[in-house]
Design a protein around this ligand. Structure first.
Ligand code: C2O
Length: 588
């Protein structure tokens, strides 16, 4: 079924950096929403700029209320010396409904113990400690930064970028802006170090939850500003790896020059050739055309078809004191994980990912996906794309800014990239309409269904081979439903992936461009002091039913296809739930 229904199927990648694309920009209609948004937000941005600059603890006047907040926070961070006891009282009575993830206590960071070996994890990635923390205010930017596609940048841009990374690598090892310290920040925020958040001895893990997009947006924001400062160009913008477009489905050539600062010798040798096509599905299919078709289907599914709520895309709630990794969103567990693993080595594990400059280029595209999802995708698919829960909005992180100042940032301040001063070069989105072709053969599915056991008889299920079973629907036929896989217990130290198919007629798991493909779970291995996590995912079935004959069926046949070797995944249960009704006043 390798039918590539798109106009630009060039899978041979040229090695010069600015080839011209026939249709780089999408149809104007795709961007109308964005254009409006942009005009509107630019005004907001100017207002911010007028009030700009950073507020520190000594400011007076309008920022007085802020100062109070800062004091309390510093106390919470354990930086308040003798006031520490008072802080405990403050913390003891938080409003019942407000429990956002607190910034880490840098002085409480330590080396984690590997539970398998019982030995300390040798990489200590604790960031340097600092005595002053500033509540970060987004400063004015001279002009909107335009992050370019890495496959389309000019030689001048490449030299500039290399120069900035060279200078970053030349900073003293204990400078929080240095290349390794920047990589360490990522390591520390993914449960590798013993890095406490707030007063609780929980370890911070920004992955596999709703903190995924906000954390990485702030992380890149400061990384970009540090690079800009090092080359004295505050308009410097990070490149993004356009892996969602066939023309970007190879390692960007700029990262392949072994003599450049942005090179990393530790990458999968099979994937460093410009002809190697990114495999977002990790199906091991060797036909490049099929791989591109799979990739576009994955993008369509994780961006559009598979989500019924904002959490399905963004990830599940993670609160202070609750277990980490409650559940990744569709983009995080899909294309995001796949690229980490496909590049391999450094990028193949969270604790080393930041040591490959390509990581930041990858994450710029991950961030771009968030902007596209927010602004372009039809609101009929996910009626409410905003998470307004204060536990999300008030979650906060610490970073070092371009002046090596430790700053505290909140999720609510990063929800609008234009307000933060950057946007992305406009590139065609060939996945936008890449709906898989409808399924035809009902008869075959009925035959398969009659022999498939009921889910109840199989779960909890150790997933180490392909399994097929029946799951009861909430209503007969084409209902508005989602498939929930719950209590998924994972060995966090391994790469794990499985795909989910519904009423699959042809049993060719190397092809994903078919109506039966419902979604994916995949994780990047991480080195932590706990060896398992329990998570859950939800896959919307409504659109999928439209492309197949489910007549008045009261169950579906689900096929789970593991893409990893051996054990590592146990799924506690599986069920179908009704999707929440759209809010009354939602306009499509
Ligand atoms: Cu923080 Cu893609 O990892």
């Amino acid at each position: 079924m390798a039918s590539l229904h798109l106009s630009c199927v060039n899978t041979t990648f040229s090695d010069h950096h600015h080839f011209s694309l026939g249709r780089v920009f999408p149809n104007p209609s795709n961007f109308t929403a964005h254009a409006n948004h942009r005009t509107h937000r630019r005004q907001v941005s100017c207002t911010t700029a007028a009030n700009g600059g950073q507020i520190n603890q000594n400011v007076e006047g309008p920022a007085a209320s802020k100062v109070k907040k800062v004091d309390r926070r510093n106390v919470l961070l354990g930086l308040g010396g003798g006031l520490y006891g008072a802080a405990a009282n403050l913390v003891a009575t938080p409003p019942a409904s407000a429990n956002p993830v607190q910034p880490p206590q840098l002085d409480k960071c330590g080396t984690a113990i590997d539970l398998i070996t019982g030995k300390p994890i040798e990489d200590n990635c604790c960031p340097p400690i600092s005595q002053t923390i500033i509540d970060y205010q987004i400063p004015p930017v001279p002009q909107m930064k335009m992050r370019p596609s890495a496959h389309r940048v000019s030689p001048e841009y490449i030299s500039k970028y290399n120069l900035a990374i060279e200078r970053m690598k030349a900073l003293p090892a204990d400078d929080p802006r240095s290349f390794m310290q920047q990589a360490n920040i990522h390591c520390a925020y993914c449960n590798t170090a013993y890095f406490q958040a707030g007063q609780d001895s929980i370890k911070l893990q920004v992955h596999n939850s709703w903190l995924f997009f906000p954390f990485h947006r702030w992380y890149l924001y400061f990384y970009e500003r540090i690079l800009g400062k090092l080359i004295d160009d505050l308009t410097f913008a990070l490149p993004f790896w356009n892996w969602d477009n066939p023309k970007g489905m190879s390692m960007p050539p700029m990262f392949l020059d072994p003599n450049s600062a942005i090179y990393d010798a530790k990458r999968n040798p099979d994937h460093i050739k410009p002809s190697a096509v990114v495999d977002l599905g990790m199906t091991n299919n060797t036909d490049p055309l099929q791989v591109v078709a799979n990739n576009l289907t994955i993008m369509y599914t994780e961006m559009i078809r598979g989500n019924s709520t904002a959490n399905d895309f963004m990830g599940k709630p993670y609160l202070q004191g609750t277990p980490p990794e409650p559940g990744p969103g569709s983009s995080e567990r899909g294309s995001h994980t796949a690229i980490h693993v496909w590049v391999g080595q450094d990028m193949g594990n969270f604790y080393t990912a930041g040591r490959d400059p390509l990581f930041y280029c990858h994450h710029a595209n991950v961030d771009r996906m968030w902007t596209l999802w927010q602004y372009f995708l039809p609101s009929t698919k996910v009626p409410n794309k905003k998470i307004t829960d204060p536990d999300f909005l008030d979650s906060s992180f610490l970073f070092y800014d371009e002046n090596a100042q430790l700053v505290r940032v909140t999720v609510k301040d990063c929800l609008d990239n234009l307000k933060m001063g950057f946007e992305y070069e406009r590139i065609d989105l060939p996945w936008l309409d890449y709906r898989p072709p409808p399924q035809t053969s009902k008869a075959k599915i009925s035959r398969v269904a009659s022999t498939a056991p009921k889910a109840e008889t199989l779960f909890p299920l150790k997933l180490d081979k392909i399994v097929r079973f029946q799951v009861s629907k909430t209503k007969k036929g084409k209902a508005d439903e989602s498939l929930v896989l719950e209590n998924i217990t994972l060995d966090t130290s391994k790469f794990l992936k499985f795909d989910v198919f519904v009423n699959d007629e042809d049993d060719n798991p190397g092809e994903l461009d078919k109506a039966a493909y419902a979604g994916t779970y995949a994780q990047v291995p991480h080195k932590t002091d706990s060896t398992s996590a329990t998570t859950s995912i939800q896959l919307k079935l409504t659109d999928l039913y439209e492309d197949m004959d489910v007549a008045d069926d009261d169950f579906i046949v689900v096929t789970l296809v593991p893409r990893h070797e051996g054990p590592g995944v146990t799924i506690g249960g599986i069920k179908i739930i009704e999707n929440p009704p759209p809010p009354k006043n939602s306009s499509a």
